[in-house]
Design a protein around this ligand. Sequence first.
Ligand code: HEC
Length: 118
Amino acid sequence: MTRIYSILSFFLCSGIAAAFLFGIAGNGPSAQRAADVNKGMEIAQQICSTCHIVGKDAKGVVKADVPSFTSIADKPGQTTEFIVGRLVLPYRPMPDLKLTRLEMADVAAYIMSLREKQ
Ligand code: HEC
């Protein structure tokens, strides 16, 4: 019985600790500043343009099967959160680019700034 309690309290405590840590990590960068579209554009040009077409007017593909940023932005129901999610957990062959949360938010904001559909 006591064993169950200690296991339960362990999970409870680590849950609270995790929530606390994530709370700090989550609030930290966004508390400092909001996502920056221009910074996101720089990241896109430097890091993402090897594979993706990142500009507003450019159409077509750099490599077959890599969606352009305008087409990603214009996907039905596209959201900043979905784009950040794809950067946190990229599907193959998209690599894990090891961006910080703030860089992800910047580049996602840049991609969404290309959206033409409402
Ligand atoms: C090495 C090549 C490569 C690089 C560099 C790269 N990507 Fe990708 N990315 C891909 C490929 C390939 C896919 C399509 C994966 C698939 O089929 O789902 C993709 C998919 C995506 C998607 C999901 C699109 C969707 O509609 O599901 C997003 C968002 C994305 N990339 C953003 C980025 C951003 C932002 C960067 C730069 C920080 C970046 N990518 C850099 C290759 C790359």
